[in-house]
Design a protein around this ligand. Structure first.
Ligand code: AMP
Length: 172
């Protein structure tokens, strides 16, 4: 199953000059979605971890079925103001402006080993913020897991020293 042929390129979305990697055709094809999940789970190999932290919103698409497949806790990292109970927040810079990720304060225990999961690694800013949230909660990043990595944006370099990076489909 070549996911590269199923992921759709959408030029100039959400703004001119950005080539958006649209993963919706993968979700609309159960065999492709299953192959993506199996492939991502396979990348984790023998990595030991306690919980998957999925980043809103496309990270949820992968985190939820993987949590059930692997029998691991699923923890949600959400955009500002979405989680109902007490949260910790990390604010980070985007190309234009800022964004905030939040996690419930009781989602992780001290020393929990965590896999951070999202659909795509671009510049790495979102994943760095997610790792900060894990660290603030006393957790340990056991790895970062993505379906797609845009290698030319060098996000992996930003994650150096924070944990191993696993990605299934790479664009150089
Ligand atoms: P970044 O913080 O730059 O690594 O951006 C990662 C987040 O932005 C991921 O959650 C992606 O969903 C989204 N993203 C960034 N660039 C793209 C792109 N070219 N195609 C699809 N999604 C993207």
């Amino acid at each position: 199953m070549d996911l590269r042929h199923i992921i759709r390129d959408v030029p100039d979305f959400p703004k001119p000059g950005i080539l958006f990697k649209d993963i919706t055709p993968v979700m609309e094809n159960p065999a492709a979605f299953r192959a993506a999940l199996d492939g991502m789970e396979g990348l984790l190999g023998e990595v030991e971890f306690d919980a998957l932290c999925a980043i809103e919103s496309r990270g949820f698409i992968f985190g939820a079925p993987m949590g059930l497949d692997l029998d691991k806790r699923l923890v949600l990292m959400r955009k500002a103001g979405k989680l109902p109970a007490e949260t910790r927040a990390v604010t980070y810079d985007l190309e234009y402006g800022q964004a905030t990720l939040e996690m419930h304060v009781d989602s992780l225990k001290q020393g929990d080993r965590v896999i951070i999961v999202d659909d795509l690694l671009a510049t790495g800013g979102t994943a760095v913020a997610a790792a900060q949230l894990v660290a603030d909660a006393g957790g340990i990043v056991a790895g970062f897991l993505f379906m797609v990595e845009l290698e030319f944006l060098t996000g992996r370099a930003k994650l150096e020293g924070l944990g191993p990076v696993f990605s299934l489909v790479n664009y150089s």
